[in-house]
Design a protein around this ligand. Structure first.
Ligand SMILES: Nc1nc2c(c(=O)[nH]1)N[C@H]1C(S)=C(S)[C@@H](COP(=O)(O)OP(=O)(O)OC[C@H]3O[C@@H](n4cnc5c(=O)[nH]c(N)nc54)[C@H](O)[C@@H]3O)O[C@H]1N2
Ligand SMILES: Nc1nc2c(c(=O)[nH]1)N[C@H]1C(S)=C(S)[C@@H](COP(=O)(O)OP(=O)(O)OC[C@H]3O[C@@H](n4cnc5c(=O)[nH]c(N)nc54)[C@H](O)[C@@H]3O)O[C@H]1N2
Ligand SMILES: [Mo]
Length: 767
């Protein structure tokens, strides 16, 4: 079994135990947990130094989530959360992987370890190389490493045979150089983690509202009348959002939570930055909890819209913002015509909620004008995600709830700089205006045809159309769908290269030759060019801020990501007869030069070097925030979407893959999921009690999970059955253990995002 690419060895089940589901998030246990994690990894002095500077003005950006920092005062205790502390502990560890470690451990043996163990060995400390046919990684000099990559890239018949992936921790500076290099090299094959994350939000919001980002600022949450939180687990994945919700609540906001699971953070919050919270006094957050069926969100939104319209009929002009609709939108007529002919009980059935409960949501929204909708992966990773998110926009447009204080869209981004990476050009479908700007500033003609996104990259590698895979961070194998298929794709490559901080499974499922290039992390001091450099990141609300590492790197052989790109470019483009038109040495001397060129290329970065040095950074322009819509006709667009039914055969269930409280994506910090009451195990499946008995099972049974999409049997072995408050026919497991079940060809329409939140499964008792 351990030869499987997702060799989270299913034969190992830990001493699992189940505790109660927690009703309140954070508080003292979270503080204790975060300090324990950090100190055990890095020692007290190093830990305190890091924790004191995270998310402080002039400090470094927390490498965990993309939730914004307050513009004004920042907490004295530290503007980070338990999970941010875990992310920092993971990165500032003083353990390192020496050449002896790699000499001792064959790749095949490392692949037999769990993800948690693979990540726990420490920071990668020097470049490592895997020659063709070798069983162990061996040390290599930076020069040789770059020269091998340059030779491989220059040896391809066509630049589109190379793929350049980006995860979302990469800074603006590194990302801008990376896309510049890829485009001068000749390809738009720039897939990124966004393709698996908020791509559906980007597509939907661009088409409906003319901007692929959210419209609200942190301040807006404080003055909203209603905040709707859909498909998001902030208590675990954006814990500092709870502080903002607490403040919103204090100012009178009503919170509606739409989630198949009663997630702890949504329900109640003990603020660790206040004495009351440390003492265990909690603020109840959610006013109305709607336990929706998987993918029931579009039906719910349409049902609410229908009920609101009925109210609007009774007192025209009081429920809908008719002036806003008339002046700023198109498509209202078609939208209404469609809405009027939908059957309310069908919608209720589709979302698994009672008409009475839906009515409560409509009643809350009816008289309100300042509404914010927040959402994350529970909306984006579905087949109809783009239409569902457009339905969110429809609701806000009906209420005129955009472009004014306390109202608007709030897609909560994942990785700490995933939004910034897109802004500076990491995109396989760049806009012509961006490419024209590159051409003007740099004087080369970039390719205009679209490149591969994540799913298309996997297919291209599988089919032999691409053979060099280069990853700027991330864990491509484990993060992507259909793990066995993806593993075959990566193994088809002639060369796989990973710029990484920590060892992960993508280093162990490799091409014919493989390289690991160890880079500086956020918290590391960066002395590129002989003086201390800083980088910058954009958070979920469009604020660009500096991030300056403060710790001494664990090894003198680490290189910064911007420097790696410069050397990569020199070793590749510099070796071509025509050379490179870009002066890469200028960037190696100072990152100010990179920011100067970002400023020349991308609107919104005026006086970048000046403004990024201001405490707290600066906001990028956001037309939606000002009530403008940058669509071709300058109007916001209503969308008409038809419900899609997911027919389940008898015995089938719908499974979502979610994060536990002890992981950052594929980095597994621990085996507990405290809030959900799961301890010392990740191979669990949450099921409704009635489904458990209908399947002839009982709690604690160990089951195999199958998906048979397209006539191919995909199996994830050995999961412990846990009864949980989850709607009928729905199931939940942890990502990435069950990525092996996510079919490569079930993707969201238009955004091509893998459908990780609705996998049709069958379960059977393990033998
Ligand atoms: N500590 C920590 N922080 C993180 C991360 C991490 O792994 N660990 N990951 C980062 C990244 S990259 C991202 S993208 C974000 C992810 O943040 P989230 O989107 O909060 O992450 P998930 O665990 O995928 O949770 C999805 C939530 O949606 C719900 N859900 C699933 N399907 C549906 C549905 O059909 N409808 C509705 N209404 N709800 C549904 C689930 O029950 C769950 O609460 O977090 C970021 N922050
Ligand atoms: N089934 C399922 N699959 C999913 C999801 C899901 O909800 N369910 N979520 C999807 C989402 S939202 C996302 S964003 C993707 C995440 O996909 P990725 O971004 O590819 O994955 P991560 O696990 O965040 O990457 C972790 C690795 O990044 C490297 N790393 C960490 N810090 C740095 C750094 O500063 N620099 C560099 N160069 N490397 C660094 C480390 O080596 C670490 O092992 O996964 C997606 N996959
Ligand atoms: Mo993400």
């Amino acid at each position: 079994m351990s030869n499987e690419p997702n060799a989270e060895n299913p034969d190992i089940l830990y001493k699992f135990h189940k505790g109660p589901i927690k009703h309140k998030a954070v508080g003292l246990p979270a503080i204790i947990s975060s300090f324990r994690h950090t100190f055990s990894q890095a020692g007290i002095a190093r830990s305190l130094k890091a924790l004191a500077r995270v998310n402080q003005k002039g400090g470094f950006d927390c490498p965990s989530c993309a939730w914004p920092d307050p513009d004004d005062e920042r907490s004295g205790i530290a503007e980070y959360c338990e999970n941010g502390a875990k992310a920092i502990a993971d990165e500032i560890t003083t353990k390192k992987l020496t050449p002896e470690f790699f000499a001792k451990n064959a790749i095949k043996d490392l692949a037999g370890q769990t993800d948690k163990d693979i990540g726990s060995h420490g920071r990668i400390a020097q470049p490592m190389y895997l020659p063709k046919g070798a069983t162990h990684y061996q040390p290599i000099s930076w020069e040789d490493a770059f020269s091998r990559i340059g030779t491989a890239l220059n040896g391809l018949e066509n630049p589109n045979q190379a793929i350049f992936y980006t995860s979302g921790r990469t800074s603006n500076e590194a990302a801008f150089l990376y896309q510049l290099f890829a485009r001068e090299y000749g390809t738009n094959n720039l897939p990124d983690c966004s393709n698996m994350c908020h791509e559906s939000s980007g597509v939907a919001l661009t088409e409906s509202l003319g901007l692929g980002k959210g419209s609200v600022r942190l301040d807006d949450l404080y003055v909203a009348e209603v905040i709707v939180i859909m498909g998001q687990n902030p208590g675990t994945n954006a814990p500092r959002m709870l502080t903002a919700l607490e403040k919103a609540k204090h100012n009178g906001a009503t919170i509606i939570s739409v989630n198949p699971l009663p997630e702890t953070g949504l329900m109640s919050f003990r603020n660790p930055q206040h004495v009351k919270g440390i003492l265990g006094i909690a603020t109840p957050l959610t006013d109305l909890y709607l336990p929706i069926k998987l993918n029931g969100d579009m039906a719910l939104l349409q049902a609410i819209e229908l009920l609101l319209w009925l109210e609007e009929q009774k007192a025209p002009g009081t429920v809908f913002d008719t002036g806003f609709i008339r002046d700023h939108t198109v498509g209202y007529g078609e939208f209404l015509a469609h809405l009027k002919q939908i059957d309310l009980s069908e919608l209720a059935e589709a979302c698994g909620l009672s008409i009475a409960d839906i009515g409560k949501a409509a009643a809350i929204l009816k008289d309100k004008k300042r509404i914010i909708v927040c959402w994350a992966m529970g909306l984006t990773q579905h087949t109809n995600a783009v239409d569902t998110i457009k339905e969110v926009a429809n609701l806000l447009l009906l209420k005129g709830s955009i472009g004014k204080p306390g109202a608007g869209t709030c897609p909560v981004r994942g990785h700490s700089n995933v939004q910034g990476d897109r802004t500076v050009g990491i995109w396989e479908k760049p806009k012509p205006a961006f490419l024209q700007s590159l051409e003007k500033v740099f004087g080369f003609r970039p390719p205009y045809e679209h490149g591969y996104d994540v799913v298309d990259s996997i297919r291209a590698m599988h089919e032999g159309k691409a053979s060099v895979f280069f990853a700027m961070g991330g864990n491509f194998l484990s993060a992507t769908p259909d793990t066995t298929y993806t593993a075959m794709a990566l193994r088809q490559c002639s060369l796989t290269v990973h710029v990484s901080t920590k060892l992960n499974r993508s280093h162990l499922v490799h091409g014919e030759e493989a390289l690991i290039l160890p880079c500086l992390a956020r918290s590391d001091r960066d002395f590129t060019g002989g003086s201390q450099q800083f980088v910058s990141c954009e958070n979920s609300m469009g604020v660009v801020q500096s991030s300056e590492g403060i710790l001494n790197p664990v090894s003198t052989h680490l290189m910064s990501e911007p420097a790696i790109v410069c050397h990569l470019a020199k070793a590749t483009l510099g070796k071509r007869p025509q050379g490179s038109v870009v002066n890469w040495d200028r960037y190696l001397a100072s990152y100010d030069a990179i920011r100067e060129d970002i400023e020349k290329t991308i609107p919104g970065f005026e006086s970048y070097n000046l403004r990024v040095r201001e405490p707290g950074g600066f906001y990028l322009p956001n037309p939606n925030r000002e009530g403008r819509f940058a669509t071709p006709d300058q109007k916001a667009h209503f969308n008409v979407a038809k419900l899609t039914h997911i027919p389940l055969e008898s015995g089938q269930l719908m499974m979502m893959t979610v994060r536990s409280h002890d992981q950052f994506n594929t980095t597994i910090y621990g085996l507990d999921d405290r809030y959900r009451g799961v301890y010392n195990e990740r191979r669990v499946i949450f099921l409704n009690e009635q489904d458990i008995s209908e399947q002839g099972l009982k709690p604690g049974d160990v089951v195999d999970i199958h998906n048979d999409h397209g006539g191919i049997r995909r199996t994830a072995h050995r999961f412990i059955v846990i009864p949980y408050p989850i709607p009928r026919s729905c199931a939940a497991t942890y990502y990435p253990e069950t990525n092996v079940l996510v079919p490569i060809d079930t993707v969201a329409a238009k955004s091509n995002t893998p459908v990780s939140k609705l996998v049709i499964i069958r379960i059977e008792r393990s033998v």
